[in-house]
Design a protein around this ligand. Structure first.
Ligand code: NAD
Length: 513
């Protein structure tokens, strides 16, 4: 992470000092790129794009798989650098690498299928051949956060590259070395200079990228920054993809496997010290299983080890200012009557926070409504799964969610207003590359991963080709009066009665292929 006395984003800093959050050791000093550097990178990327886009899917696939192999070859560098700069244990970094490589593999292998042109029905113009085709956009700007400094940007980078685009990537000022390593691997493996470039800096550098006339901007970060990024991108009408914060709820129904649910809640809430956009930030438990669930959570949470060693379950808080937010949320909850079964304000020990389990929580507490991004697990008692859904849907966020239920899992999951839900699991959707990833509300819009995520990085072209003249369909002005009568008649006959669906269905079947 970067520590400086001036707050990131002041625009006064010319160097980025990267420090170890566990020890404050200075790890490296990197440049703060200015708008002209960013613009120049985008110009270079555009040249690289021409080369990359001209390759076949098969050629791009081979290069992307080389990229994957290079990441694996440098695995130890990743383990060391991410641990030192982010503060998470190496075991967590290794899991992140597994996600990164699985997404790269999926994107590389899937692109040709996803971007195959498709014939579609020509509707009222059956003598036409209608086609949807997909083309690369050009240069994609990727702005990333620090909490999963490999997995998060790769969710955009892999799919953007597989779709035939070039990438200019700005990692978080707290984890630029992880981003640098990702880019170095791409540059070593893919013989297209400037196809993937790194720019480093604070908010201003990101803002310059949002204004740099890229063809799309994939942003991952907080909703507050997301709003600023959208405003900057609006200057050039640059399309944006927003992967923002979350307040993921877990619902534990009366028939849930309580032990499994408790274990998943503890893992989902405390992994990466709760610094995950899809961490479990609140739990709603059906009355009949509430006490056994809470007892199990408490027993498991007591065994969590926090620290820097190889045996630690989670490590330091990466960003100092996040600790103040965690403290504020915790204090607010305790002041309003929440009870800490494990930990409390004294769990905050410098850059490390021990697990906190809260009960007697209410919706008015910040810990139940705002993103805490720390190792706090608040548990609320509800009468039914449906009440849990109602409470889960009250917030402004809608990223992920989790449902534990034997019978009703699918129904409850469908009722939760979130982009993703794990049933009888947590966070699992992030590890399945074919599933689209993204949220609703303050959690953002657009998708990464999966076919939907891949198509975010394509220009969609609609083509209508006349195969033979279409009776009654004239491209000349002709006689407006006669044309008016003909159109009126068609409207009445086709859309004014019940015949429409029959006609459309018949034409569709005949002319679709
Ligand atoms: P942040 O919003 O502070 O910063 C994200 C990135 O934006 C950084 O690279 C930063 O330098 C850059 N930035 C800051 N100001 C900018 C500006 N004005 N214009 C352009 N770029 C600017 O977020 P963070 O603290 O790095 O990350 C934590 C947040 O990210 C949490 O809210 C978390 O939930 C969210 N997150 C979401 C996902 C997801 O996929 N939905 C994944 C991980 C993290």
């Amino acid at each position: 992470m970067a520590t400086t006395s001036a707050a990131p984003g002041t625009g006064k800093l010319t160097k980025l000092e990267v420090r170890n959050p566990s020890t404050n050791e200075l790890l490296a000093t990197l440049p703060v790129h200015k708008a002209e550097d960013v613009n120049a990178a985008v110009v270079r990327a555009r040249r690289a794009f021409e080369v990359w886009a001209a390759l076949s899917f098969g050629e791009r696939r081979a290069h992307l798989l080389d990229y994957r192999r290079e990441i694996v070859r440098r695995m130890d560098d990743f383990l060391n650098i991410v641990q030192r700069e982010n503060g998470k244990p190496k075991n967590d970094v290794a899991s992140e690498l597994l996600l990164v490589t699985s997404h790269l593999t999926h994107a590389a292998n899937r692109a040709e299928h996803v971007f195959r042109s498709r014939r579609v029905s020509s509707g009222m113009l059956p003598t036409f051949r209608s086609t949807v085709s997909y083309h690369p956009l050009g240069v994609i700007g990727v702005i990333g956060p620090w909490n999963y400094p490999l997995f998060t940007p790769m969710g955009s980078i892999a799919y953007a590259l597989a779709a035939g685009n070039a990438v200019v990537f700005k990692p978080s000022e707290y984890t630029p070395l992880s981003g640098k390593l990702l880019v170095e691997c791409a540059q070593a493996a893919i013989p297209v200079p400037d196809l993937v470039q790194l720019i480093t800096g604070y908010g201003e550098t990101g803002s310059a990228l949002a204004r740099a006339k890229v063809d799309k901007l994939a942003f991952t970060g907080s909703p507050a920054t997301g709003r600023r990024v959208m405003a900057a991108a609006a200057e050039n009408l640059t399309p944006v993809l927003m992967e923002l914060g979350g307040k993921d709820a877990m619902i534990v129904a009366a028939d849930a496997d309580v032990k499994r649910a408790a274990s998943a809640a503890v893992f989902g809430a405390f992994t990466n010290s709760g610094q995950a956009c899809i961490s479990i930030e609140r739990v709603y438990v059906a009355d009949s299983v509430y006490q056994p669930f809470v007892d199990e959570v408490v027993a498991l949470a007591r065994s969590i080890r926090v620290g820097t060693g190889e045996d630690a379950h989670y490590g330091a808080m990466t960003m100092e200012k996040q600790i103040d937010i965690v403290r504020e949320h915790l204090k607010d909850a305790l002041d309003k009557g929440a009870k800490a079964l494990i930990g409390g304000l004294d769990s905050i020990k410098g850059r490390f926070i021990d697990p906190v389990v809260l009960v007697d929580v209410t919706p008015d507490m910040k810990v139940m409504s705002e993103e805490t991004f720390g190792p706090i697990l608040p548990i609320a008692r509800v009468s039914t799964g449906d009440e849990a859904v109602r409470l889960a849907n009250e917030g402004k966020y809608g990223l992920g969610s989790s449902v534990f239920a034997k019978k009703d899992g699918q129904r409850l999951a469908a009722a939760v207003r979130s982009g993703m839900t794990s049933i009888n699991s947590v966070i699992a959707f992030a590890g399945i590359p074919a599933l689209p990833f993204g949220g609703v509300g303050d959690s953002g819009f657009g998708r990464i991963h999966g076919d939907e995520g891949m198509r975010e990085f394509a220009r969609i072209k609609a083509t209508a080709e006349e195969m033979m003249p279409m009776p009654g369909f004239s491209l000349s002005f002709g006689d407006p009066g006669k044309s008016l009568e003909q159109t009126r008649s068609v409207l009445k006959r086709v859309y004014g009665g019940s015949m429409l669906d029959d006609v459309r269905g018949a034409f569709g079947r005949i002319f679709r292929r």
